[in-house]
Design a protein around this ligand. Sequence first.
Ligand code: C5P
Length: 202
Amino acid sequence: SERFTVAIDGPAASGKGTISRAVAARLGFAHLDTGLLYRAVGARMLEGQEPVEAARSLDPSELDEERLRTGPVAQAASQVAALPEVRQALTDFQRAFARRAGGAVLDGRDIGTVICPEAEAKLFVTASPECRAERRYKELSAKGYDVTEDSVLEDVRARDARDSERAVAPMRPAEDAVEIDTTTLSIEEAIETALAVIEARR
Ligand code: C5P
């Protein structure tokens, strides 16, 4: 059966998660949100565990927990994500997932550059920081979290800076990635644009 890897990178709340889920569902591919790996390690650090130990003993069944979706966990995730040994410990799992039979979509920050440089299709999804903060704010307040739009924008900017300036696997588009700016696109338009890019490579 088919082996085809779609790498989707981009900053927080750019729409990459929504696009990845929709594309995977449409193509019948498996989907891995790699941010959850770093969030799970970040959550364990907040509980007092040493991050490298946490990364080495991570169990994929920890990944669908709603507690990983909070601001403090996101910040902790981007701190542990700057540690080379944490990234190293999570690499094999991501690469094995990418090459599974039947196709895979992985979304994150370094999928097209470091984890799957051989991916058949690469996308880099962006949107303005204000637009991303507004989306994340709506999402969090709809879930009942007590946040302000300003605090969410600050969180998004802090993570952008840390993720793009770190020495190891910084967030950046792969040379052969197609960039999609979702600032003025509807969700449907963003998904159709992504699918067209992928279909052109199959
Ligand atoms: O995508 P998400 O916002 O859930 O990611 C949380 C954090 O995990 C990011 O801010 C980033 O620091 C880190 N991350 C990463 N590499 C990935 C995915 C996420 O460094 N492939």
